[in-house]
Design a protein around this ligand. Structure first.
Ligand code: 1CP
Length: 342
C-alpha cells in the first residue's frame, strides 16, 4: 500500500497493512529547517508564497514516514480574504486588524470573493501535489464557530468572552456571521480539492468553549452545511476539540472525526457508525518526555485501538514547538512498526 492508499482506506474504515499517521502542526517550529526559513521570511510571507509554503509542507515528509502532508497555511486566511487581516502579538497570540461587533460589520463581509483572494493556497497545493505522488495531501479550513471566535474577539483570548457574549445577546448577528463564514469555507475547501487535496480537515479548535446545549446550532449546523457542498468521494475530517457530545458530531456528515486528548478515543471508536473512522489523539505534551516514553505511549494507544477498522493515528492537538525532532522520529517509528494483526 502507498501512504495515500493507506490513508484513504483507513478514512473509509477499510483494512490497512498498518495504521496511517500524520501529525497536526507537523510543519513548524520544532524543525530546525523550518526555523532557518522562518529567520529569513515572515510567517505570512511564507504562507502567501506558494514555493515557500510547498517547501515547508514537504519538510517533515523528508524526515519521517508520514502518510499525509497537510498544506502549510492557516485557518485565518479566510478572515484575511474577507478583509480582516491578522498579525502576531508581541509575546504570543494573534491580533486581528479589525473585529466584528454588530450586524453592520457582518453585512460588509463578502464571502463570494474569497477564493479569488486565496489563489496562493491553491497554487501551493498544486506545487505540493506535483512533488508528492504517493502521499495523501490534506487541505483544511477553520470551522465557522472557531473563525468567529477570532473575528468577534479581535484576536486570541482566553475563553473568547466576546464571542460567548454575542452568542447570548445577539444570536441573529452571530448566525449571520456563521452563515457567511460557512459560504467562504465551503468555497475554499472546494477550491482546495480541485487543486489536488485528497482529503480536507475542518478545525473547530474552540468547540470546547461553546456551551454544550448550543453547539448544534452554533457550530455543527454550519459544518454540516459546508460538508453538504463538497464533492462526495473526498473524505472530510472534522476536528471538534473539546466538544462535549461526541456522538452528535456524526450529524455533521463527516467521514472521519478527529479528537483531542481529553476524549476517550478507544471508547468512542467502539460506537463509531459502520464505515466511518476516527483520528487522534495522543497528548501533545507527552512528547516533551523522552523518545522512549513517547513511543511507549503511542504503542499503548495502538493496543487499545487494536481490531478497530477506520483509525488514523494523530496527536490530540498540534505538535508543540519545544518537541525534539528525535522524539517525533521515535513516535513515527513506533506507529509505522506496530503490528496491527488482530
Ligand atoms: O512560525 C510561527 O511562529 C507560526 C506558527 C504557526 C504555524 C506553524 C501559525 C500561526 N500557524 C501555523 C500553521 C498552521 N496553522 C497549520 C499548518 C499545517 C500543519 O498542521 O502543519 C494549520 C493546520 C494551522 C491551523 C490553525 N491556525 C488553527 C487550528 C489548529 C489548532 O492548532 O487548533 C488555529 C487555531 C490557527 C490560528 C493560529 N495561527 C498561528 C497560531 C500560533 C495560531 C493559534 C493562535 C492562538 O489562538 O493563540
Amino acid at each position: 500500500m502507498t501512504s495515500r492508499e493507506r490513508f484513504l482506506a483507513a478514512a473509509y474504515a477499510q483494512k490497512t497493512d498498518r495504521r496511517p499517521i500524520w501529525l497536526m502542526r507537523q510543519a513548524g517550529r520544532y524543525l530546525p529547517e523550518y526555523r532557518a526559513l522562518r529567520e529569513k521570511h515572515g510567517f505570512l510571507e511564507m504562507v502567501k508564497t506558494p514555493e515557500l509554503a510547498a517547501e515547508v509542507t514537504l519538510q517533515p515528509l523528508r524526515r519521517y514516514a508520514l502518510d499525509a502532508a497537510i498544506l502549510f497555511s492557516d485557518i485565518l486566511t479566510i478572515p484575511e480574504a474577507l478583509g480582516i487581516p491578522y498579525a502576531f502579538r508581541e509575546g504570543g497570540g494573534i491580533a486581528m486588524q479589525g473585529k466584528i461587533e454588530n450586524a453592520h460589520d457582518v453585512k460588509k463581509l463578502q464571502p463570494e470573493d474569497v477564493t479569488g483572494r486565496l489563489g496562493y493556497v491553491y497554487d501551493a497545493l498544486r506545487l505540493t501535489r506535483a512533488a508528492l505522488r504517493d502521499t495523501a495531501l490534506l487541505g483544511f479550513c477553520g470551522a465557522p464557530w472557531t473563525l468567529a471566535a477570532y473575528l468577534v474577539q479581535g484576536g486570541s483570548a482566553e475563553g473568547f468572552p466576546r464571542l460567548l457574549a454575542l452568542a447570548r445577546e445577539d444570536k441573529k448577528t452571530l448566525h449571520l456571521l456563521l452563515e457567511k463564514l460557512a459560504v467562504a469555507a465551503a468555497a475554499h475547501l472546494r477550491a482546495q480539492i480541485a487543486a489536488g487535496a485528497d482529503a480536507v480537515q475542518i478545525f473547530d479548535s474552540w468547540a470546547g468553549i461553546c456551551p454544550a446545549e448550543d453547539y448544534a446550532e452554533n457550530s455543527l449546523r454550519w459544518v454540516k452545511q459546508i460538508i453538504e457542498q463538497l464533492p462526495k468521494g473526498t473524505p472530510v475530517i472534522f476536528f471538534a476539540k473539546g466538544a462535549k457530545d461526541t456522538a452528535a458530531l456524526w450529524d455533521s456528515g463527516a467521514q472521519v472525526l478527529g479528537f483531542g486528548s481529553e476524549a476517550d478515543l478507544p471508547a468512542i471508536a467502539k460506537s463509531t457508525p459502520q464505515g466511518k473512522a476516527v483520528q487522534g489523539n495522543l497528548g501533545n505534551a507527552l512528547l516533551l518526555e523522552s523518545p522512549e516514553k513517547t513511543a511507549a505511549a503511542a504503542r499503548a494507544l495502538l493496543e487499545k485501538m487494536r481490531g478497530i477498522d477506520g483509525y488514523i493515528f494523530n496527536l490530540g492537538h498540534g505538535l508543540l514547538p519545544q518537541t525534539t525532532p528525535e522524539t517525533v522520529g521515535a513516535l513515527v517509528d513506533a506507529v509505522t512498526h506496530f503490528d496491527v494483526a488482530p
